[in-house]
Design a protein around this ligand. Structure first.
Ligand SMILES: [Zn+2]
Length: 315
């Protein structure tokens, strides 16, 4: 089975405290991710800053072979009709084939952060997705705080998905925005959503509990077929799911197809390239791609690995 890959290094990744990319960097990384065979490259949030707006203007000249460029934003503001919402308009002006929008799934956020009723929130989701679909876009609906919302008020969290689905969303992506969910909770919630909704279910995991990769894999084993993350695991706070590790595990251990086995050797150069443009060292202990991932120091290990690498290497 094929799992689609969605890299958000240029959006969520660049919300990491020490990660900064220029527009030139972002264009070069987009090209690199395309060569690697990543399906979706989330380039930024055109409504949030002029740099991302410029990126999407200049990205029109890129010749991408495979990746679909994706612009990110939110559902319309509560007070705006969707066709008069500036952020939604900027999303369309980004001129990408795909748009990812996030909406609220947690009743607490609806009441406290947005200050709107549950019905108003459902209308914001429904109208924004429908409007973007009318404009011919592929729509990835990011259900923000889905797992927290599911625990607090399952019925409401599921109704937000229903609103997005009925309006035509192509992907229902379940987000563990605070990164606090445990693997068993993710698996159970994804299986429940899978049983209720057809189409593509996605997973967007953060690493605050050091579980982002495990949670992404568990979501896929429970029926998700779209996975979001960042190649080096960059991202807000403790980062997003490390997409390089997700891809390697899916391809080599779970038998799923992502970028294709023949492209796996491109993971390390791509991770190094992104780290270099971020002016950050590639962590030596990064699984699969770090310099220490297959290094051995202890004498007993070295002597055994020389005889057969399977003695002390998982791959
Ligand atoms: Zn995120």
């Amino acid at each position: 089975m094929r799992i689609s890959t969605f890299d958000t290094s240029l959006r969520d990744g660049s919300q990491g405290e020490n990660v900064n990319f220029s527009v030139d960097d972002k264009l070069a990384i987009t090209q690199k991710l395309d060569e690697l065979g990543i399906d979706y490259v989330e380039g930024g949030w055109p409504g949030s800053n002029p740099k991302d707006k410029e990126f999407f203007e200049r990205a029109q000249n890129l010749q991408l072979k495979h990746a679909l460029l994706t612009a990110f934003g939110s559902t319309r503001f509560a007070r705006n009709p969707v066709h008069e919402d500036r952020n939604v308009d900027l999303l369309l002006r980004a001129n990408t084939p795909v748009i990812a929008i996030f909406g609220k799934s947690w009743d607490l956020h609806t009441r406290v952060a947005l200050g709107v009723t549950e019905d108003e929130n459902l209308a914001m989701i429904r109208e924004t997705v429908a409007y973007l679909k009318q404009h011919g876009k592929e729509v990835v609906y990011d259900a923000e705080h889905f797992f927290d919302g599911y625990r607090a008020n399952r019925d409401f969290a599921l109704r937000t998905l229903e609103a997005a689905k009925e309006a035509g969303a192509d992907v229902l992506c379940l987000c563990d925005t605070n990164g606090g969910a445990l693997t068993s909770q993710i698996a159970a919630a994804v299986a429940d959503v899978r049983a209720r909704f057809g189409g593509t279910i996605g997973i967007h995991a953060h690493n605050d509990s050091e579980l982002a990769v495990a949670n992404s894999l568990a979501a896929i084993e429970a029926g998700a077929t779209h996975v979001q993350g960042c190649l080096n695991g960059y991202g807000e706070r403790c980062g997003n799911a490390n997409l390089a590790a997700v891809i390697a595990n899916l391809e080599l251990k779970l038998g799923y197809e992502t970028i294709g086995r023949e492209r796996l050797a491109g993971l390390t150069p791509a991770c190094r390239f992104i780290a270099e443009l971020a002016n950050l060292p590639l962590r030596r202990d990064l699984p699969f791609v770090g310099q220490s991932a297959f290094a051995h120091k202890g004498g007993i290990h070295v002597s055994a690995v020389i005889k057969d690498s399977a003695t002390y290497e998982h791959l």
